[in-house]
Design a protein around this ligand. Structure first.
Ligand code: HMG
Ligand code: MG
Length: 312
């Protein structure tokens, strides 16, 4: 039942860097994408086409998307809440288009209002033409269901509320359903209950988990999903991440920590852990702090100890 291969979608350049108080230069964002693809990442969420007034950190979206030296076999995704964002991305030359768009809704009405300034119902009306236009252009659309395990404004969120949005996304033709624990409050059985609802509408290959690690539950939640056969997860290099509209929510589960667990279980990812640690160290240096990830800290400490022995 547990899959022998897992695909990780690295959302660090988008989910991670959207949340930084400091301005990160487009060149550093592009370098991060290059480091991720060098480490074997085959799916990368590179930026978002949202209002620069709402999220100024992503205002350089076109520059970042256009500046990446693409590798064959890598899929590049961008977020958009509406047609305006899709049109801005598709205004780039064809070779610079994203491979996928991500529309992001919420299982909680309150979070929908705070994050995208409209109700769940209106958000779906805005996503529908995005899906149609993306499909017309031959591109895939993933849907993110935020606050599927709890909402910073509403509190508890039920599996029924999750399924309501999943069903609406399926009805408008969204190809893939990502169940997101925006504030990291989910625990394994609650996560399985939410995923079960997604699996009523999408095949297991088109359901993924997106777990912020605020309460340290993300690895356990991923294991709970693996037990249900899920084999796609969003993770974030160096544990970067958060959402500007979910204050206090910390980063996504770190890619390195998930890779360490999966490889330890004999599950292939196609990712090189040492190169991931290099990528985590490089972006953390740009941000002026150490990586949040347990594994990066451990590997970097081990490397530093080995270097000390070598010089002594
Ligand atoms: P609004 O103010 O209601 O939008 O915001 P509007 O349609 O009235 O337009 C207002 C202004 O925004 C106009 O500009 C538009 O042109 C502009 P003005 O005339 O004032 O100069 N605008 C845009 N500009 C660029 N690109 C666009 C775009 N759309 C409108 N696509 C809106 C509504 C949705 C735009 C706004 O609320 C918004 O941008 N929200 C984004 C919030 C966001 O990015 N949140 C973080 C990502 S979601 C996340 O992190 C969760 C996730 O990781 C999963 C999880 O963990 O839960 C995915
Ligand atoms: Mg997120």
């Amino acid at each position: 039942m547990i899959p022998d291969h897992v695909t990780l979608v690295d959302v660090g350049p988008r989910d991670g860097l959207q949340n930084e108080a400091q301005v990160v230069a487009a060149a550093d964002k592009i370098a991060l994408v290059h480091a991720l693809q060098a480490a074997g990442c085959r799916e990368i969420e590179v930026t978002s086409f949202v209002s620069p007034k709402w999220v100024p950190q992503m205002a350089d979206n076109a520059q970042v998307l256009a500046g990446i030296q693409r590798r064959p076999g890598v899929r590049y995704a961008v977020l958009t809440p509406n047609l305006q964002g899709l049109q801005a991305a598709l205004a780039l030359p064809r070779a610079r288009w994203p491979d996928e768009f991500v529309v992001f809704g919420a299982a909680s009405e309150a979070f929908s209002q705070r994050n995208i300034n409209c109700s769940i119902e209106v958000s779906l009306q805005r996503f529908a033409p995005v899906v149609a236009a993306a499909h017309e252009a031959g591109l895939k659309v993933r849907g993110a269901v935020s606050c599927a395990l709890g909402c910073p404004y509403q509190g508890a969120v039920t599996p029924d509320e999750v399924e309501h949005v999943v069903r609406l996304m399926k009805q408008i033709g969204v190809d893939h359903c990502g169940i997101a624990d925006t504030i990291g409050v989910g625990t394994p059985r609650a996560v399985q209950a939410a995923i079960e609802r997604a699996l009523k509408h999408y095949p297991v290959g088109e359901v993924s988990g997106h777990f912020h690690d605020t309460y340290g539950q993300a690895l356990a939640n991923i294991l709970a999903c693996l037990q249900m056969g899920l084999h796609t997860f969003d993770t974030s290099i160096a544990g970067l991440g958060g959402c500007p509209y979910a204050k206090g929510a910390t980063g996504n589960v770190a890619t390195e920590d998930v890779v360490f667990m999966l490889h330890g279980m004999g599950i292939a990812t196609g990712l090189d852990l040492d190169l991931l640690v290099d990528a985590a160290a490089a972006i953390s240096t740009v941000l002026g702090r150490a990586p949040v990830s347990h594994v990066s800290r451990a590997v970097l400490a081990k490397r530093a100890a080995a270097a000390q022995v070598a010089v002594s």
